[in-house]
Design a protein around this ligand. Structure first.
Ligand code: BGC
Length: 407
C-alpha cells in the first residue's frame, strides 16, 4: 500500500493551469493504506476535536444526502441506491441536488442541518469550498461522509469512493498498449473536483516515461469545466486543428467528456482511428464501445458505494467504530477511506461485466450493432447443467481475456 504523500504536478503547464483556477482543488493527493477507526460513541470527541452527537441503536437515523448533480447517469443511480439502502436499514433520507452551484450546495446543507439530520453524506461540487459544510456540520455535532469526491482541507469523518488514481492509470495503460507511440490529447474533468486531479495523476504515472522517451507527445492537457462534454469537444477540436488531424489517442477522464471528444473526432472523419477512453460505463458509452467509436470505459458498480455510505452513516450516528482500510490525504488530515475496485471495460468484456451484472441490458448495449453481430448467448435454460457450464466457461474465457488485455 502506498503512503499518503504530497504530489507535485509533473508538468509546469499543469501547475500553472491549476494555480490560475480560483477555488480549485489542488492535486496534492495520494492513496494509501492503514486501519482507520473513527472515534465515536455517546457524544465522544471525534477526529477533528468536535463533540459528536450520537444516538442509541434502535433510534431512527436521519441522513441528509447532498449531491452536486444528477447530470451524468451514474448520479441518478447513486440517488436511487442510497435512498433504497436507507429504506432497507430503516433510516430517513433527505436528498438535495445543487446543480453544480456551490452557494446552493452550502445552503442546502445548512438547511439539512437545521432540519436535524444526524449525518450528512456529501458529494461536493467543489472539494475546497465544501470544507465549510464540514465545519458547519461539526459545529452541530454532525459527522460528514465525503461521497465519491474528496472534501479537502477539512476534518471530514470518512471518504467512500473508488480507487480513483488507479482508474487514471487504467485509462492511460489501455491507451498506451494500443498506441505506444503517437500524439495524445488529455481531457481532464472539472478542476474543482479532486477526482479530476487524481485521475490526471494516475494517467501521468503511466504516460510520463513514454513522454520522456519521446514516444508520446501530449498535444493538449486541459480540464473540462464541470466535466462538460462541450468543453471536451472544444479541447479535442483544437488539438485536431493544431495537428492537422494527427492525433492517435484521447485520454478522456469520463464518458461524458469522451462523448464530446468523439463528436469532434467524427466531425474530422477520424472515427475508429483514435483510441478514446472513458469512465462510468454509462449507457451511451457502452453503446459506443459496442459500435466501435469509443475504446473503453471504467465500470464502477454504484451499489457497493451507496451501501457503504449509508451503512457507515449509521455507524457514525450510533458512535460505532468504522472499518476504513484506506487513507487519503486531503491537505489537512489523512481521511479514513473505503475505496472500491474499478474494472476496465472494452468490447471484449462488456458481456462479463456490465451485462452480466445487469448494469445494462444486452439489447440496450448492442442496439446500434446489427443483430447478427451480437455476442452469442447460451440458449440453455437458466439453471440447467448446460447453462451453468456455459456461464462458467464464459466467465473463465472472459477472465483470461481480461487478464491479458486489460492488465
Ligand atoms: C465522478 C465520475 C463522474 C464525474 C462527473 C466524478 O467525480 O467520479 O463518476 O463522471 O464526477 O460527474
Amino acid at each position: 500500500m502506498r503512503r499518503a504523500k504530497t504530489w507535485l504536478p509533473a508538468l509546469p503547464a499543469l501547475a500553472l493551469a491549476v494555480l490560475s483556477l480560483g477555488a480549485c482543488v489542488s492535486p496534492e493527493q495520494s492513496q494509501g493504506g492503514g486501519n482507520a477507526n473513527a472515534n465515536g460513541g455517546g457524544g465522544a470527541t471525534a477526529g477533528g476535536g468536535y463533540q459528536r452527537k450520537t444516538k442509541k441503536r434502535g433510534e431512527t437515523v436521519r441522513i441528509g444526502f447532498s449531491m452536486d448533480t444528477l447530470k451524468e447517469e451514474r448520479w441518478q443511480r447513486d440517488k436511487q441506491l442510497v435512498e433504497a439502502r436507507a429504506r432497507e436499514v430503516g433510516a430517513d433520507i433527505n436528498v438535495q441536488v445543487a446543480n453544480s452551484d456551490d452557494a446552493t450546495q452550502t445552503k442546502q446543507c445548512d438547511n439539512l442541518l437545521s432540519l436535524g439530520m444526524d449525518v450528512l453524506i456529501v458529494a461536493p461540487h467543489n472539494g475546497e469550498i465544501a470544507a465549510s459544510i464540514v465545519e458547519a456540520a461539526h459545529r452541530q455535532g454532525v459527522p460528514v461522509i465525503s461521497y465519491d469526491r474528496l472534501i479537502r482541507n477539512s476534518d471530514v469523518d470518512l471518504y467512500v469512493s473508488h480507487q480513483v488514481e488507479r482508474m487514471g492509470e487504467m485509462q492511460a495503460r489501455y491507451a498506451l498498449e494500443r498506441v505506444p507511440k503517437g500524439n495524445y490529447v488529455l481531457v481532464g474533468g472539472a478542476p474543482t473536483d479532486n477526482n479530476a486531479m487524481l485521475m490526471r495523476k494516475g494517467q501521468m504515472n503511466i504516460l510520463k516515461p513514454a513522454v520522456d522517451r519521446g514516444d508520446v507527445k501530449i498535444i493538449s492537457d486541459q480540464y473540462a469545466k464541470d466535466w462538460r462534454a462541450d468543453e471536451a469537444l472544444r479541447i479535442t477540436e483544437d488539438a485536431i486543428t493544431k495537428t492537422n488531424g494527427n492525433i492517435q489517442a484521447v485520454v478522456a477522464s469520463n464518458d461524458g467528456t469522451a462523448g464530446g471528444s468523439i463528436s469532434a473526432i467524427e466531425a474530422a472523419k477520424l472515427t475508429g482511428k483514435v483510441v478514446v477512453t472513458g469512465q462510468d460505463a454509462q449507457l451511451d458509452a457502452v453503446q459506443r464501445i459496442a459500435a466501435g467509436t469509443q475504446s473503453m470505459t471504467i465500470y464502477k458498480p454504484i451499489k457497493p458505494l451507496a451501501d457503504s455510505a449509508v451503512d457507515n452513516a449509521l455507524k457514525l450516528a450510533y458512535g460505532e467504530q468504522l472499518s476504513a482500510p484506506d487513507r487519503i490525504a486531503n491537505g489537512k488530515i489523512d481521511v479514513p477511506s473505503i475505496l472500491h475496485e474499478p474494472t476496465a471495460v472494452d468490447k471484449n468484456n462488456l458481456m462479463q461485466t456490465v451485462v452480466r451484472d445487469g448494469y445494462h441490458k444486452l439489447e440496450d448495449v448492442y442496439k446500434d450493432v446489427p443483430r447478427d453481430q451480437w455476442p452469442k448467448v447460451s440458449s440453455a435454460p437458466k439453471g440447467s447443467a448446460g447453462s451453468t457450464f456455459a456461464a462458467a466457461l464464459a466467465l473463465l474465457i472472459g477472465g483470461l481475456g481480461l487478464a491479458l488485455k486489460l492488465r
